[in-house]
Design a protein around this ligand. Structure first.
Ligand SMILES: [Zn+2]
Length: 376
């Protein structure tokens, strides 16, 4: 239980960095090296001590569940400073959403499973895997409908056209779905478009069929462009990576929706800033790649977040960039985080601000000067 708590609170499994199986065995028999246990700094000290005892390899040394329960209750009565209450709704992480939806589907809770997919896609339409599950499941339901007594060809065509659109989105968002070795390659790439255009095929109307195909493609292309525009227009969510777990989050200055990490150290803020969608660099092309392609790239970087951060630090110019950042955007972002942190996190920010001698946001000074100039 305590191991799970440690993993959830720190964002990584304490044994993840161990190199060999022997080391893992040792950790189980002799206990986990204290250096590997990273409890959050703003966690109540007594609670850490209790949870730490629960990690003891000797069962008699571990506290009872009642004791842990009491500690948790007393630690969390009063305002919950750890949780930011003003967080906007974020999509579940891709894994969370797929896991939840898959288990509901397995329990025959079909509608609930599909609505999890649809809700998440509403918030973040760039999740190819969710479109793929939606395709498969809606198709399963449609197959049932085909043998139902009130089957109607028009309804069938309309529904299969929708499913075809879901498959198409999965395909354009992730190339693995158009590769021939994918288990559902034929279903997604050949059978679905045929089903959706069944009426033309039945009537042997090939011109109509090709026209349908062209219209379908352009509708889907428009859909994709609209999603991009909507996201850019929706008040400018920045979309960046959590530097602890690699999850995509909406704002640099917000907590990670998966691991809860809020960057309060300048170096973490800098890395989050560097790993935001607008800052991604694509070599070999002058044209701006479409938003969804950048999203895919950002996801890829997030999947291997430790290597991504390592590569950033390896860059020769990194030190210069960092110093410039501290003097400019860094100051501003620091102030923004000020409003989102817990009490301890804010104290740590204030300390660092004082150290750096930052009293006021530079842009505010500029604005004041401007106003003053107007009234001169
Ligand atoms: Zn995270």
């Amino acid at each position: 239980m305590s191991l799970m708590a440690l993993e959830h609170l720190s964002g990584e499994h304490p044994l993840i960095k161990l190199g060999s199986l022997e080391e893992v065995f040792d950790a189980h028999i002799l206990g986990i090296n204290p250096n590997l246990k990273r409890w959050p700094r703003d966690l109540n000290k007594e609670l850490i001590e209790t949870l730490d005892r629960a990690l003891s390899p000797i069962p008699n040394h571990r506290p009872s569940m009642e004791e842990i329960n009491e500690q948790l209750k007393s630690a969390f009565t009063g305002p919950r400073v750890l949780l930011a209450t003003n967080q906007e709704k974020l999509a579940d992480s891709l894994e969370d959403a797929s896991r939840k939806a898959k288990s509901l589907w397995a329990l025959n809770q079909n509608e609930a499973a599909i609505s999890i997919l649809k809700n998440n896609l509403q918030i973040d339409p760039f999740q190819a895997d969710l479109w793929y599950y939606l395709t498969k499941w809606e198709w399963d339901l449609l197959s049932e409908y085909m043998s139902s007594p009130d089957f109607d060809m028009n309804t069938f065509t309309e529904k299969s056209k929708c499913i075809c659109a879901y498959a198409f989105r999965a395909r354009i968002l992730d190339e693995k779905y158009s590769q021939k070795n994918h288990e559902d390659y034929k279903f997604i790439n050949l059978i679905l478009p045929q089903m959706a255009a069944q009426e033309f095929i039945t009537k042997k109307n090939m011109d109509g069929y090709y026209k349908w195909g062209r219209e379908f493609l352009s509708e889907q292309r428009n859909w994709l462009n609209n999603q991009e525009v909507k996201i850019v227009e929706s008040g400018g969510p920045v979309r960046c990576l959590c530097v602890k777990c690699g999850e995509i989050k909406m704002h640099i200055t917000m907590r990670c929706p998966r691991c809860g990490f809020l960057p309060t150290e300048m170096i973490d803020i800098y890395h989050t800033y560097t790993l935001r969608i607008e800052a991604l660099k694509f070599s070999g092309t002058n044209e701006e790649p479409p938003y969804w392609q950048k999203m895919n790239y950002l996801k890829k970087l997030g999947k291997n977040i430790s290597k991504t951060i390592y590569d950033l630090c390896k860059d020769q110019n990194d030190k210069d960039y960092y110093n410039r950042f501290v003097q400019n955007e860094g100051k501003f972002l620091y102030q923004a985080i000020n409003f989102r942190g817990s009490k301890d996190e804010m104290d740590s920010i204030k300390e660092q601000l004082a150290e750096m001698n930052i009293i006021r946001h530079p842009r505010k000074t500029n604005l004041k000067d401007k106003i003053r100039n107007i009234f001169k």
